[in-house]
Design a protein around this ligand. Structure first.
Ligand SMILES: Nc1ncnc2c1ncn2[C@@H]1O[C@H](COP(=O)(O)OP(=O)(O)O)[C@@H](O)[C@H]1O
Ligand SMILES: [Mg+2]
Length: 328
């Protein structure tokens, strides 16, 4: 059994469960004892906040305690800290790209400049101080470091743009609205940044930036685009490339997350085997490319779920599954 720490485990019960099915011993870490994923792991650990001085040493203690081989962050909150702490967390493999890549993915304006430089399609984007005189509307006022679709405002004319630039409370950029259809590609790369798998899916319906209905599609162009974006950025491990196919056919990337995407259960159900690939990396194995090796036409439609807890001996423990509607 390979022991894996999931940091900022939060609500990612889907990922913790899939790794356990793949043969991992899962240690879920979070700052909040009400993080649902804690209660689906083999071991749970409450750790300091990511920005706390003791965060990395708490993870290091867990690595030693459980003989951990792999560290997998489940949000974007601690990528840079983890990239800086590789040596400290050894021998565990830390499944994040280097600091520069994490910083680039976290700042959509930096990402845009990078894509332009590499000749990768990206919607025209400007800083608010550098707007061209002949700006074409509609545009978005969009947070540089946003997540979960927060702080994104559509402006259809100059006065709306002026309003939203004054209104927004976060550092923002201005980006042309894509007119096409949105897709998401879940990629997986080895420790050298070589992309070995890419699974595109449609975004039939999203809520708060997360796909709640979608379908895998075997679209060669999207697979190739996901691979090219991931390899240009030097993603390590999982990544999620979001893009639009514009009416002229051009693909434009709008957001890249260097982690498992919110839609993780769908590529997993379609045969991604990403947990198995991650465990193979932890055990020093080389990965064979398997681009296009998944089932197309697999549909996901999501619903809420819950963990029910009760205090026992001074700690919260899950109640018997029989007492919870919809469980075993
Ligand atoms: N340039 C754009 N044109 C049209 N829609 C966009 C554009 N950028 C973002 N969106 C919409 O807003 C959602 C959230 O934006 P995104 O760039 O993914 O930021 P984040 O997920 O980090 O909040 C996207 O899933 C997409 O539906
Ligand atoms: Mg997004």
């Amino acid at each position: 059994m390979t022991a894996v720490i999931f940091t900022c485990a939060g609500q990612r019960v889907d990922i913790v469960t899939a790794f356990r099915r793949a043969g991992a011993t899962a240690i879920a870490a979070d700052v909040d004892q009400l993080a649902p994923a804690l209660y689906h792991a083999d071991h749970r650990a409450l750790v300091p906040r990511v920005d706390d001085f003791g965060y990395v040493s708490a993870l290091r203690d867990l690595v030693a305690l459980h003989d951990v081989r792999l560290v997998v962050p489940l949000t974007d909150l601690d990528h840079v800290v983890l990239a800086q702490s590789r040596d400290e967390l050894a021998p565990a493999v830390v499944l994040v790209p280097d600091e520069e890549t994490s910083a680039r993915c976290a700042d959509k304006y930096l990402a845009h400049l990078f894509f332009e430089e590499r000749g990768i399609g990206s919607p025209p984007t400007w800083l608010p101080t550098e707007l061209p005189g002949d700006l074409r509307f509609p545009v978005l006022v969009k947070a540089r470091k946003g997540f979960g679709s927060r702080h994104i405002y559509r402006a259809d004319n100059a006065s709306e743009l002026e309003f939203f630039l004054r209104y927004t409370r976060v550092e923002s950029m201005v980006q042309c609205v894509c007119a096409g259809v949105e897709f998401s590609v879940d990629v997986f790369c080895d420790l050298d940044g070589r992309c070995v798998a890419a699974i595109p899916r449609t975004m039939i319906e999203s809520k708060g930036g997360e796909s709640i209905k979608g379908m895998t599609i075997n679209d060669r162009e999207l697979i190739e685009f996901g691979r090219a974006v991931a390899e240009a950025l030097r993603i390590v491990g999982p990544g999620n490339v979001q893009c639009f196919r514009e009416p002229d056919g051009e693909l434009q990337v709008t957001d890249v997350n260097p982690r498992f995407g919110g839609g993780f259960p769908l590529p997993t159900a379609a045969g991604s085997r990403y947990p198995e690939l991650a465990l193979a990396l932890a055990n020093g194995e080389a990965l064979e490319p398997r681009l296009g090796d998944f089932r197309e036409g697999v549909v996901m439609t999501r619903f809420f779920s819950q963990v029910i807890l009760e205090e026992a001996e001074g700690a919260l423990e899950p109640v018997q599954a029989e007492a919870v509607p919809g469980e075993a």
